[in-house]
Design a protein around this ligand. Structure first.
Ligand SMILES: NC(=O)c1ccc[n+]([C@@H]2O[C@H](COP(=O)([O-])OP(=O)(O)OC[C@H]3O[C@@H](n4cnc5c(N)ncnc54)[C@H](OP(=O)(O)O)[C@@H]3O)[C@@H](O)[C@H]2O)c1
Length: 283
């Protein structure tokens, strides 16, 4: 029997990857967007603003999904707390109401970056408004739907379409932007396709609670920049290095996540960034 998957934020970087992979795996897919949908064969599109609880309830009730993947969010700007924290609560409540499986996407930013590596047993310790909103979302999801899986991930890297981080590196290397990349800000980037496959695999596993799903290579923002530059045959020497410590910015420095649990649980291979960003060979 064909099963139905509802993906919030299916027009976003991860959401569209999940939508494509789910459609290929023969799910009936309903995807939500806020500004405009994107072209993905066989996906049914619905506009949704997470700030309106009644709209979330109505969509989930009408879709009657077997599973919900909640990716939609806002990094910063007006309404970000309502969208991230309250929106996740609306989705969890509505999903519980119809008895569906929920995969909630969270972030390494729920940690302070001072005590890496972090395991699923570590308590959230956010130091940014965004991190705090994602930690609040986790609390709401855990309380409203204890069976939900909460996937904590890191920088999502993609080439179709190019993700924001890679686009920024291309802009710097092309002289369109001037930003120094930190050598002391550590992340475990993941390929969007790997993360999407892991999320879909997780739907059918009886896993509840937080799960760290990131790539096995930890790199600084600067090293990530050099990997992106080399992949697209740009000169890494065009990238300027700096440090978070010197910048005066309050951001988590080291967000390495322990992925032992995910590696034991999932069959989906999670490639390291040095592998999936290897240079494209000219044909
Ligand atoms: N990207 C990363 O490097 C990264 C790192 C760690 C964790 N994460 C987590 O991964 C998830 C997906 O991130 P992403 O980078 O794929 O996101 P993204 O590309 O920024 O897409 C965000 C999605 O949310 C939708 N959206 C925004 N405001 C909304 C609202 N008020 N109501 C309903 N939908 C709304 C957007 O719709 P429109 O585009 O149609 O407006 C879009 O589909 C997020 O939960 C994020 O916290 C991401």
């Amino acid at each position: 029997m064909t099963r139905t998957l509802l993906i919030t934020g299916a027009s976003g970087q991860l959401g569209r990857r999940v939508a494509r992979a789910a459609a290929a795996a023969r799910w009936r897919v309903t995807g939500t967007y806020l500004r405009e949908p994107v072209e993905i064969p066989s996906v049914e599109w619905k506009r949704l603003d997470l700030q309106h609880r009644d709209d979330v309830d109505a969509l989930v009730c009408a879709t009657r999904p077997d599973a919900v993947v909640h990716t939609a969010f806002l990094l910063a700007g007006p309404g970000f707390w309502t969208i991230n924290a309250d929106g996740a609560a609306h989705v969890a409540r509505a999903t519980a109401e119809v008895g569906a499986r929920l995969i909630h996407i969270s972030s390494d930013s729920i940690f302070d970056g001072e005590h890496a590596p972090y395991s699923e047993a570590d308590a959230p310790s956010p130091i940014t408004p965004y991190g705090a909103s994602k930690a609040a979302a986790e609390t709401a999801v855990g309380a409203l739907l204890p069976g939900a899986a909460i996937v904590r991930t890191s920088l999502i890297v993609d080439d179709d379409p190019l993700d924001n981080h890679s686009r920024m590196i291309m802009d710097i290397a092309a002289g369109r932007r001037s930003v120094a990349l930190f050598t002391d800000e550590i992340r475990c980037p993941i390929a969007a396709a790997d993360l999407a496959a892991a999320v879909i695999e997780l739907i059918d596993l009886p896993y509840a609670g937080p799960l760290h799903v990131v790539g096995p290579d930890d790199v600084s923002r600067y090293e990530l920049g050099t990997l992106v530059a080399r992949r697209y045959a740009l000169d890494p020497a065009l990238l300027a290095a700096s440090t978070l410590a010197e910048s005066g910015l309050r951001r988590p420095a080291d967000l390495r996540l322990d992925t032992g649990r995910a590696r034991d649980l999932l069959r989906t291979p999670l490639r390291g960034v040095r592998e999936f960003l290897s240079p494209i060979q000219p044909v």
